[in-house]
Design a protein around this ligand. Structure first.
Ligand SMILES: Cc1cc2nc3c(=O)[nH]c(=O)nc-3n(C[C@H](O)[C@H](O)[C@H](O)COP(=O)(O)OP(=O)(O)OC[C@H]3O[C@@H](n4cnc5c(N)ncnc54)[C@H](O)[C@@H]3O)c2cc1C
Length: 389
């Protein structure tokens, strides 16, 4: 008998999982329920080419609509070009590609009112039963975590003339500093269109949208650019993980008799950037590689194992966040980030890909410490941050 699987939430993690399942498990009757009018919402998701390898790269490749063969970073006293590839996926393109692959497996404009391990009840009252239910409805508050934020407002704009950029600027930190650590992020899409994002590594998640729009306008002027048209705007506050107690986190992410959590709500993101695209691709493949009959408990156990492994492997990233946010004053963040971007390119690639070699971990920590030694020692234990939160 055909088995049924429902994915509530047609955003990044829900769609990547659906596409991986549609390709690898055509025997499963799959439905994606999305509350919004299109899949993917309003995002530009980017990642380093080295963040996704093998099957994960193949899974995300059709969604990529902008690719560059390098990027740059600029700080007060130095700038650097990197040859690591950089990729972006815009949500409009994501929607089109996903609809092409999933077709009538997708129901748009339907909001789940209740999601449990046996099915989904829609706001309309309709009940859909399934053998397995995945909850990919986006971030939720999690227990057992200490967070800070990478928050931003980005505007995709058309200029009156060419901007002159050929590759992304991941950090232009020569700007006035506010709210922790501020930088501008630039993605040149065409000769005269680009995304300008005003970004902060901050203590709080609140975004003063008008203020950030003003700063984007000032930045454009400072570069000699005149904005002819605002094409679209997006904003977000991405979680940066300083400390975690996995069992407490998972108990809130996946309550008993609940569906399998995916994406940000499962804590599956890079602790230092809050980016989740690579982890979402890997989780999707993990689920789609399961053989035999499916069930919510079996998939939940598989995703829990995967999330626990991710959490235990990313302890060094959380330590770096504690050093960045708890040991130093906010104005030392600029120096920490500048120093990091002087390290070897291969180290930086491994760091963002979550595969940092232990010898490289030491390399990041040694040298002239940007934070006072005694303050640094105080934040080393993960438990201390959890208690002090
Ligand atoms: C503006 C922005 C830019 C980002 N840029 C990057 C980036 O460059 N790279 C990166 O790796 N990460 C990025 N992130 C972080 C992260 O990857 C994204 O937030 C990502 O979309 C999270 O994926 P998700 O599947 O957990 O949730 P989402 O993609 O938010 O998906 C949740 C989906 O569930 C739907 N939904 C919610 N409730 C219901 C309901 N009750 N019933 C039915 N559907 C429902 C929503 O409409 C939405 O489509 C960005 C985040 C934001 C906000």
């Amino acid at each position: 008998m055909t088995q049924r699987l429902i994915i509530a939430g047609g955003g990044l993690s829900g769609v990547l999982t659906a596409v991986a399942l549609a390709e690898r498990r055509p025997d499963i009757d799959l439905t994606v329920l999305e509350a919004g009018p299109q899949l993917g919402g309003n995002h530009t998701w980017s990642f380093y080419a080295t963040d996704v390898r093998g099957e994960a790269r193949d899974l995300v490749a059709p969604f990529v609509n902008h690719a560059w063969d390098g990027y740059e970073c600029t700080f007060q006293d130095f700038g650097r070009q990197f040859s690591t590839g950089y990729r972006s996926v815009t949500s409009d393109h994501f929607h089109q590609v996903a609809m092409g692959r999933l077709g009538d497996r997708v129901r748009l404009g339907v909001k789940a009112a209740r999601i449990d391990e046996a099915g989904v009840t829609l706001e309309s009252g309709e009940r859909l039963e399934a053998d397995a239910v995945l909850d990919a409805t986006g971030p939720r508050e999690l227990d057992g975590v200490v967070l800070r934020w990478q928050k931003f407002l980005g505007q995709e704009v058309r200029l009156t003339g060419p901007h002159g950029l050929t590759k992304p600027t991941i950090m232009d930190a020569r700007v006035d500093q506010h709210d922790g650590y501020r930088f501008v992020y630039l993605l040149p899409f065409t000769e005269d269109t680009l995304m300008i994002e005003d970004t902060y590594y901050a203590e709080g998640a609140a975004i003063e949208a008008e203020q950030l729009r003003g700063r984007i306008a000032d930045y454009a002027r400072s570069r000699g650019w005149t904005i002819a048209e605002l094409i679209r705007e997006e904003q977000g506050a991405l979680p940066l993980l300083l400390s975690s107690d996995f069992d407490a986190m998972w108990a809130s992410a996946a309550p008993a008799h609940g569906a399998v959590p995916l994406g940000l709500r499962a804590g599956l993101f890079h602790p230092v950037t809050g980016y989740s695209l690579p982890m979402s691709a890997r989780t999707a493949l993990e689920i789609a590689s399961m053989t035999g009959p499916i069930s919510t408990p079996a998939i939940r156990a598989r995703v829990e194992k995967f999330a626990r492994r991710h959490m235990s492997r990313s302890g060094f990233d959380r330590l770096l966040n504690r050093l960045l946010f708890l040991a130093g004053e906010p104005d030392t963040r600029h120096r920490v980030l500048a120093r990091f971007h002087k390290l070897p390119q291969s180290l930086i690639e491994q760091f963002y890909a979550g595969r940092l070699h232990p010898a490289y971990q030491l390399r990041i920590l040694v040298g002239k410490p940007p934070v006072p030694f005694f303050q640094a020692v105080r934040v080393v234990p993960e438990s201390a941050a959890l208690q002090a939160r």
